[in-house]
Design a binder for this molecule. Sequence first.
Ligand SMILES: CC(C)(COP(=O)(O)OP(=O)(O)OC[C@H]1O[C@@H](n2cnc3c(N)ncnc32)[C@H](O)[C@@H]1OP(=O)(O)O)[C@@H](O)C(=O)NCCC(=O)NCCS
Length: 172
Amino acid sequence: MRVRKARLPDAAAIHGLIRSLSYDGTLLPRSSAEIYENVRDFTIAETDNGEFLGCGALHLYGPHLAEIRSIAVDEKSQRHGSGGRLVEALLAEAESHNVPCVCLFTRIPNFFQHFGFAQVERTALPDKIYKDCANCPRINACDEIAMARGVLPDIAILGPAHVEEHLVPLQL
Ligand SMILES: CC(C)(COP(=O)(O)OP(=O)(O)OC[C@H]1O[C@@H](n2cnc3c(N)ncnc32)[C@H](O)[C@@H]1OP(=O)(O)O)[C@@H](O)C(=O)NCCC(=O)NCCS
């Protein structure tokens, strides 16, 4: 098994896996257009023969924060190390960008604890809230746990007024 950055031809397999896990809310649904547009965020795991096993994405908010998203391994290939290799590759990618904090929202915190993530208050991650939670129908009934690894950000780049050009001081 090996992990590598995704390329455009991987988009269909990535979309199929994410779609299969989004019906029950395990993963956030992502359209094929969104996968194509963001395919460079993705890393995939595959067999030595090139058979697709799983994927994960690293979304960069800015110099202060990145997020692991859409991480999944095909059900028949789980528990053989692919998920862990994907997390490690995404963490290395965040480090290569000098991003001091990586966050995620999950229902399986025990898996991510293996890789140094700890539970945090979701209010510590306002960019994530503005990007996804603000438009989510389950905003007041969310059962996901916010986790982070590294130094929590004291700035945010997104906001209600979509102030995207400048990092703004955090005001909660
Ligand atoms: C979560 C997921 C990506 C893990 O992939 P995987 O290939 O099975 O994981 P690995 O085999 O690399 O496991 C790494 C470690 O995590 C543990 N682990 C795996 N799945 C776990 C889970 N659901 N809960 C707790 N620990 C888990 C393994 O036992 C292993 O521990 P060990 O090294 O002490 O043996 C996979 O189960 C999956 O695709 N789940 C459905 C999608 C999902 O829930 N994604 C997360 C959304 S936030």
